[in-house]
Ligand binder design. Structure first.
Ligand SMILES: [Zn+2]
Length: 285
């Protein structure tokens, strides 16, 4: 369905999973952010393939579904959710619409409740007059990690940090069985070609500073006591501090301390990076 030559390869590969999930009924609605320049092309593709959609224009979010009614509902729930960010509705109303949207998006209940618990933990401020009000977006990745018992050899299907991800939500932990079931069904329903792309993309050791800053070590072997031996030619970056990025490119071993990252070249420290809230490592294979 993504045969349009005006679309870049990354677009075709990363938007497909969600469309397949809607197509097989794993979710009633997919929510997708689409860069402005691709909106009209993508709209035509969806129409041509029998999908209904609603566009939330100021966010460039598409709500894609088999039925217009579900797409409209999802968009309306999101509008209600956004009101909380502007302190125009209270936290209980926010929770109500997050749960409703979660059902349409096919997210497991445990992971939706986890998402709300992150807000309680980190995202809201209690005031005497207004009650629970928005303060800042929680670091969901960190809380998913905190809940995870096994950070080594996680099933690659659970990796939600990559644009080929099968999960479009944060799992309540990387051991969450419901999230893995969801990802397994979706993976099985992809074409053989897309399965290869997803498998290659999702494997690797991920150093996560936050959702927009991370390092991916390909073929690095497993994590040993928070140490990664890696091949500097097989490292990828997303976001990231320039100095840290350059030192990782020049090194071949990384050690994660409590709030610190040390980069080594042949056992000699070449850079130390301090970060207040703890970075973490997850290894997907
Ligand atoms: Zn869960």
């Amino acid at each position: 369905m993504f045969e349009d030559i005006r679309l870049p390869v990354w677009f075709k590969e990363s938007y497909l999973n969600e469309i397949v999930a809607v197509g097989i009924g794993l979710k009633k609605v997919a929510r997708q952010f689409v860069p402005a320049e691709y909106i009209s092309i993508y709209s035509n593709i969806l129409k041509k393939n029998g999908f209904e959609f609603v566009l939330l224009t100021d966010k460039n979010y598409f709500y894609v579904s088999r039925t217009k009614e579900f797409a409209k509902k999802a968009c309306q729930y999101e509008i209600n959710i956004i009101m909380f960010y502007n302190n125009q509705c209270d936290f209980d109303v926010f929770c109500k619409y997050v749960r409703k949207l979660g059902v349409l998006l096919g997210f497991p209940d445990c992971c939706v409740e986890f998402y709300l618990s992150c807000w309680l933990e980190q995202g809201i401020t209690l005031t005497e007059k207004e009650g629970k009000i928005y303060s800042s977006e929680p670091n969901y990745a960190y809380w998913s990690y905190k809940n995870t018992k096994k950070i080594y050899k996680i099933d690659f299907r659970m990796n939600n940090f990559h644009f080929h991800s099968l999960l479009s939500f944060f799992p309540c932990s990387y051991d969450c069985k419901s999230a893995l079931d969801y990802a397994t069904v979706l993976f099985k329903n992809l074409s053989a070609e897309q399965r290869t792309v997803v498998y290659e993309g999702l494997r690797g050791t991920f150093l996560v500073l936050d959702e927009s800053n991370m390092v991916i070590f390909k073929d690095s072997g497993d994590i040993k006591r928070n140490v990664v031996d890696y091949n500097p030619k097989k490292v990828m970056f997303r976001g990231m501090d320039k100095l840290l990025m350059d030192s990782i490119k020049n090194g071949n071993k990384l050690e994660l301390g409590k709030n610190k990252i040390c980069v080594f070249k042949d056992d000699e420290v070449i850079y130390e990076y301090e970060q207040y809230s703890g970075p973490f490592l997850l290894s997907f294979c």
